[in-house]
Write a protein that binds this ligand. Sequence first.
Ligand SMILES: [Zn+2]
Ligand SMILES: [Zn+2]
Length: 343
Amino acid sequence: MLSVQNFRNVGCTPSYINRLSIENMYETNTWILNDSDFNHYIGPRNLLPWKFDFSSLMNLTGLSLNELLITTFYNEFDYEKGKFKHFNFSLYQDSLMNAHAKVCPRCLETVGIHHKLWDIRIFLVCPIHNCFLVSSCSSCGKPIKQYRKKFYYCKCNKDLRTLKVKNADESNSFVSRIIYYKFNSDTRNFKESNLNLLTKLDLKYILLIYHFFIRLYYRDKSRVGSISIPFEYEDREFTTLIMNITKRFENWPVNYSDFLELYINFKKCKPKYDRGSYINNFGYFFIDLYNKYNHPQMDFLRNEFENYIFKNWDSSLISNSRSFNKDIYSAYYLSLSHKSLTC
Ligand SMILES: [Zn+2]
Ligand SMILES: [Zn+2]
């Protein structure tokens, strides 16, 4: 059995294996990887406890499944059953990194662990050092791997602790800070806690809400239903999008209804045929809001959407029914602006 003295509960699973190798003075992590059934392509997104078999790693380390699951997101994401089952896919497969990693060189230097929050794709900034996480090696240009023969080094021998970092500003770091404080169940020092509604939600719903808007944006742009969520801070379009999503929850519900007002006129992806004014005006925002992101924790998005409609759309056209939830495809109403155009 391996020596596991330095078991730390905030590292991700791959980094835990890397550290085990160091601790047991193995030259590489290959032996542990092979003996615990980890393939090189297994990243945090694949470590679904109901799909991945941890028993070999349990045997090697003598740790219980619950102890090992601390290196995954099982405790934070749980496992959704029944009609919310699709969230599991979104939370694990979509929102976590694959066999490539993002790292904070300064944390590697000072703490010496790979924090598992780094594996959340939209977690772009280290809240401790206020710098962007780095996803590729400046020396060889290749992506940083989760499984590294030497924990602190890229394959090209570049010391990852010496990678240059770029400082982030407040608006760039909001999502990462809120994820970090939620993860540590400590929002006492979070200045914006009263100003942004997202700070009131549990971690997994914060992630799901960002996903909802990220997917919508890329779907409207590319007309492709399924997209993978980017993770690089150099991707300006993506970082701007993240900041815009964050703003929609400030000054609640004013900014959100401003977004809805603008969104009506955005070029968007929608079903080909006339499916009623909600879908004609709001496309997949409306469809996914009611069909996919349908958890009660996200009801506030629907409630404010309905408030917006009742405040801004012609009441004679919406008096027939207030029930959005029953049959969204049969809903047929006209907005005031839409009406003035068509009448
Ligand atoms: Zn750091
Ligand atoms: Zn390299």
